[in-house]
Design a protein around this ligand. Sequence first.
Ligand code: HEM
Length: 178
Amino acid sequence: MLRDTRENFSWLSIALHWLAAIWVTYFYLNGQSIEDSPSPDVRLWHITAGATFGVLLLARVLWRLATLMPRPLGTVAWQNLLAAGVKWALLANIVLAVVSGYLLVWSRGQPIAMLGGPVLPSPTGDWQSLHHLMEPLHKLTVHLFIPLVALHVLGTLKHVFIDKDGTLLRMLWPRRTA
Ligand code: HEM
């Protein structure tokens, strides 16, 4: 089954969750190495791979919007609210990181070469004020990932070691029943 139920995640949601977690971690680390490396190839790769996988990350966010999120297994209302807030903040941060990444390149008037060949010309042309807006925004989203992911992982660890419920298990393998 492709869609989530009120109790469980589908295999598609599980696959998208872990792929997105790997990509976000990869682009976070790869983006850091742009500052450390003098080679323009590092920046070029970040743009090409980031723009291509960014489309898939946006598709992952749209999929989340299109399907029900299973009910939380936790029983404390404020903790469930915090966990949901962090998840939606992570999704919003993915969208902002990808969109600001595209606009950062395009607002310099530069095209974006996608993996596999297609080249997307800049729809904005050289637009300095947009560029000056996107630069801090892209950096902000990058820095926000750290506390958001940390909170998210800490919450998961609490479910595993303190609550001892199936929160992590249902994100590892689709289950038939609650
Ligand atoms: C080691 C890292 C991670 C662990 C252990 C982890 C664990 C989990 C678990 C157990 C759930 C299910 C929660 C529930 O049942 O309510 C979940 C959901 C979710 N996680 Fe993670 N996660 C990790 C990394 C990430 C990252 C890097 C992101 C985004 C950048 C992310 C975004 C989400 C979102 C948005 C949900 C809600 C369901 C969905 O849309 O897939 N997670 N995570």
